[in-house]
Design a protein around this ligand. Structure first.
Ligand SMILES: Nc1ncnc2c1ncn2[C@@H]1O[C@H](COP(=O)(O)OP(=O)(O)OP(=O)(O)O)[C@@H](O)[C@H]1O
Ligand SMILES: [Mg+2]
Length: 476
C-alpha cells in the first residue's frame, strides 16, 4: 500500500476511535444529565402534590387526611403534560387515584423508601394507555413523620419519549461532528502524507542516480525530522562516494600510467639484452666488446629486478605482511654509512653532505627498514639537488625521536607535494626514461614510517629545496 494511503488510514483510525470513545462518554453523560433534570422536576411535582393533598398532625407529623378534591385539578393540569402520579400510603395502599389499579412498588423499592431515600427509574416502568405500552421514567418520593416513618409515597412518572428525543438530538449532532472530523482528518492526512511521500520520492530519485554512478546529487534538507536526518546522511554519503570514486579513478589512472611506463621501461632493457644475446648467438659481436656487453646486460637486468622488487615490497608493507625487528639504532652511524655509499653521486652533482646528529641519538626501528627509509630520502635529495647541500639533523623529546632531512634542490609545487606519497608518482614523467625511476620510493617510505607508528611530513618550495620531517615513537 502506498505511503499516502497508509498514513490516511492510520489518521482515520486514530480520529474515529478518539471520536467514538469521546462520543460514547459524552452521550452517557448527557443522557444522565437529561434524566437527572427530569427527575428533579418530577420531584418538584411530587412536593407540590404533597402540599396540596396531604394533611398531617403538626406535632407528630402523622397522616391525618388525604384531600382528594385538590388533586383532581392538579391531575388535569399534569395530564396535559403527560405526567401521571400515584399516592401510596403505608402498606402499599393506593390513596390516589381511586381507580382499581395494582400497586407498582416492589419490596426492594419499599426497603429503600423506608430509609427515606428517593427511588428513581429510567424507563423500566411501563404505562398502558390506549392499548399501547409506553416506557416511563419515574420518581418515588417518601414523606416521613417525626419518627422517620413513611406516612406516604408519591410516585410521579412521565413518558421517556421526550427524553429520548433530546438524546436523539445529541446523537445526531455527534454524528455530524464525527463525519466532519473524519473528512478533515482525511484531507489533512492526504496533504501531510503527500508532503512526506514527496520528500521520500526525492530521496529515492537521488538514490537511483547514485546507483547509476552519478555522485553529483544532493537532496534538499529542512525540518527537524528523521527524513531531514536521512537527507543529511544521504548527502554525506554521496559526497564521500564521490570522493572515494574520484580516488579510485585517480589510483586507476595512476596504475594505468605506471603500467604503460613500466612496460616501456621493461621493453628497453629487454630489447637491449635480446639484441646482445642475438649478436652473441650469430657471432656478430666483436671480441673486444664482449665484456662491455655482458656488463650492459647485467645493468639492465638489475634495473628490471629493482622494478619488480620495489613493487613487491610496496605491496607487502602496505598489507602489513612484513615483520619489524625493532632495536635502538644509532642514527649518525646509519647516515654516515649511506653518505659513504652515495658520495660518488653527490660529488658528480657537487652536493655537500652534512650530518648534524648527536652521535648518541638513537631511534627505535627495524634496522634494514630504517636504512631503506633514510636511503630513499637522501637519494632523492641528491637526485633533485645540484651545487647545493643535503643535511640530516636529529633530536628527541620524551615521546619521539625526530629526524629532519633537508636539501637545497629544485623543490616541489603544491600539487607535487600532495601526490608525493602516491605510488608511481613522478613529478617529472619524462625523467623516467633517463633515470629509470619507478616513483615507488616515497610510497614505500610512507608505508614504512606508518608501519613504525611514526609520522612523515614534507614541506617544499620550488627552487629552494625540500624538507622531510620524520618522527618515531621512543617506546611503547
Ligand atoms: N627531495 C626532493 N626534491 C624534489 N622533488 C622530490 C624530492 N623527493 C621526491 N621528489 C619528487 O617526488 C617524486 C617521487 O619520488 P619517489 O622517490 O617516490 O620516486 P622516484 O625517486 O622518482 O623513483 P624511485 O625512488 O622509485 O626510483 C619524484 O619523482 C620527484 O619528482
Ligand atoms: Mg626516489
Amino acid at each position: 500500500m502506498k505511503l499516502v494511503y497508509q498514513q490516511m488510514v492510520a489518521f482515520l483510525i486514530v480520529t474515529l476511535s478518539t471520536l467514538l470513545v469521546l462520543g460514547l462518554i459524552f452521550i452517557r453523560f448527557s443522557t444522565n444529565m437529561v434524566y437527572r433534570n427530569k427527575w428533579s422536576s418530577l420531584e418538584g411535582y411530587a412536593d407540590s402534590l404533597y402540599q396540596q393533598s396531604i394533611v398531617t398532625d403538626p406535632m407528630t407529623g402523622n397522616l391525618k387526611a388525604v384531600q382528594i378534591s385538590g388533586l383532581q385539578n392538579s391531575e388535569k393540569l399534569l395530564t396535559d403534560q403527560r405526567v401521571h402520579f400515584t399516592i401510596y400510603l403505608q402498606n402499599n395502599v393506593i390513596a390516589y387515584p381511586k381507580q382499581n389499579i395494582s400497586p407498582k412498588i416492589n419490596k426492594e423499592q419499599w426497603a429503600k423508601l423506608r430509609k427515606g431515600k428517593v427511588v428513581t427509574s429510567k424507563s423500566d416502568t411501563k404505562q398502558f394507555s390506549a392499548g399501547r405500552v409506553r416506557p416511563m421514567t419515574e420518581v418515588m418520593k417518601p414523606y416521613l413523620n417525626s419518627k422517620r416513618q413513611v406516612i406516604c409515597v408519591i410516585s410521579v412518572g412521565s413518558p421517556v419519549s421526550n427524553i429520548q428525543s433530546d438524546v436523539q438530538k445529541i446523537r445526531y449532532n455527534l454524528w455530524i461532528a464525527a463525519g466532519f472530523s473524519a473528512l478533515v482528518a482525511v484531507i489533512a492526512a492526504f496533504f501531510l502524507s503527500r508532503y512526506t511521500a514527496n520528500r521520500i520520492n526525492r530521496l529515492r530519485a537521488a538514490a537511483h542516480k547514485v546507483a547509476n554512478g552519478d555522485f553529483d546529487v544532493t537532496v534538499p534538507t529542512g525540518g527537524r525530522d528523521e527524513i531531514h536526518d536521512l537527507s543529511v546522511d544521504f548527502n554525506r554519503m554521496s559526497k564521500s562516494l564521490k570522493t572515494s570514486n574520484a580516488e579510485v579513478q585517480r589510483q586507476e589512472q595512476r596504475r594505468r600510467e605506471f603500467m604503460a611506463d613500466a612496460v616501456h621501461e621493461m621493453r628497453t632493457p629487454l630489447t637491449t639484452i635480446n639484441g646482445i644475446l642475438e649478436g652473441m648467438q650469430y657471432g656478430a659481436l666483436p671480441e673486444d666488446s664482449q665484456e662491455e656487453s655482458i656488463e650492459l646486460m647485467q645493468r639492465e637486468t638489475k634495473r628490471l629486478i629493482r622494478l619488480v622488487n620495489d613493487n613487491l615490497d610496496y605491496e607487502r608493507i602496505r598489507t602489513n605482511s612484513i615483520t619489524l625487528n625493532k632495536t635502538n639504532i644509532n642514527i649518525k652511524e646509519v647516515v654516515d654509512r649511506i653518505y659513504s655509499q652515495i658520495k660518488n653521486k653527490a660529488d658528480e652533482v657537487h652536493d655537500d653532505l652534512i650530518v648534524t646528529v648527536d652521535p648518541n641519538l638513537t631511534v627505535l626501528a627495524d634496522y634494514d627498514r630504517f636504512v631503506q627509509i633514510m636511503f630513499n630520502i637522501i637519494q632523492n635529495a641528491i637526485q633533485f639537488t645540484s651545487d647545493g647541500k643535503v643535511e640530516v639533523s636529529g633530536s628527541a623529546d620524551d615521546k619521539n625521536t625526530e629526524i629532519v632531512i633537508s636539501d637545497t634542490g629544485i623543490g616541489m609545487s603544491e600539487e607535487q607535494l600532495q601526490n608525493i606519497w602516491e605510488r608511481y608518482y613522478k613529478a617529472d614523467a619524462s625523467r623516467m626514461q633517463t633515470k629509470g625511476e619507478s616513483g615507488l620510493g616515497m610510497a614505500i617510505v610512507h608505508q614504512l614510517v606508518k608501519a613504525h607508528d611514526g609520522t612523515i611530513k614534507v614541506s617544499s618550495e620550488v627552487g629552494r629545496g625540500t624538507t622531510f620531517k620524520l618522527t618515531f615513537p621512543i617506546a611503547k
